[in-house]
Write a protein that binds this ligand. Structure first.
Ligand code: F6R
Length: 241
């Protein structure tokens, strides 16, 4: 793993935005894996500002988001799809047909997970996967457990994770769906390159475990140690060593 340390969140976001846009220029049909949550908000702000006025051609870029809440239609304001439209997709020249997203409202969730895996494979795999990390070490919605799922699956959410998402649901963690659809560990590890971003002191323990600890399903992000091309971008607070 390569560790890139930044003074603060905005320096980190600016550096990652530069890298992502360089990749799009070099490879216009880049396949991007994307996270939601608080951490990438600065990245998406930078991407949309620097893409303004068609400065960056997103028309051939394809994206796959990591996860979506189960039981929510994509138009629901708390859905991750709504987050992505508001933070990025509505502001850049991406072709809606190139946006890969899990349908949280699918009647047959197992079939939906299979469709998603097939869509990623048909796109040729993910070139650049961007990840956040939960304070408990989750990536996507792969929560700490005695075993982890390899492929896209229906995941039960930990109370801690539901609490972390409560602000999208009127501040009430009980309103956060109990399940989500999420890429699995192999889906993530099959990406050619992975960049994980972490900011804030509440992530420091998980980051330390991920980088320096044993590989364990109790800290799903630690599995990234087996990947040959991972960069961890942290601000000062998230890197306490
Ligand atoms: C969201 C996702 C999650 C988040 C993680 C950190 O799509 O995959 O694993 O990256 O929960 O969330 P924030 O950035 O809100 O701390």
């Amino acid at each position: 793993m390569t560790i890139d340390r930044f003074d603060d969140e905005s320096a980190l976001s600016a550096a990652l935005a530069t890298y992502v846009l360089e990749q799009i220029v070099v490879r216009p049909s880049l396949v991007l894996g994307l996270p939601t949550g608080r951490t990438p908000l600065g990245l998406y702000r930078e991407l949309r500002e620097r893409s303004r006025g068609d400065r960056i051609d997103w028309s051939r870029v394809r994206t796959f988001n990591l996860d979506e809440f189960a039981g929510l239609p994509s138009a629901h304001p708390a859905s991750y799809r709504a987050y992505m439209q508001a933070e990025l997709f509505d502001h850049v020249s991406i072709d809606p047909a190139n946006i890969g997203f899990l349908d949280g409202n699918a009647v047959d969730r197992t079939e939906e997970c299979r469709r998603y895996e097939d869509a990623i494979t048909a796109a040729g795999g993910i070139d650049l996967q961007i990840l956040g990390i939960g304070a408990n070490g989750h990536i996507g919605f792969n929560e700490p457990a005695s075993g982890l799922r390899a492929h896209t699956h229906v995941a039960e959410l930990e109370r801690e994770t539901r609490e972390a998402n409560a602000d999208r649901f009127g501040g009430q963690w009980r309103n956060v769906p109990e399940c989500a659809l999420s890429m699995g560990m192999a889906t993530i590890l099959n990406a050619t390159e992975i960049v994980l971003i972490a900011t804030g002191a509440e992530k420091a323990e998980a980051v330390r475990g991920m980088v320096e600890g044993l590989i364990t399903t109790r800290l799903p992000a630690s599995l990234l140690q087996v990947h040959p091309r991972v960069t961890v971008m942290v601000d000062r607070d998230a890197w306490s060593s």
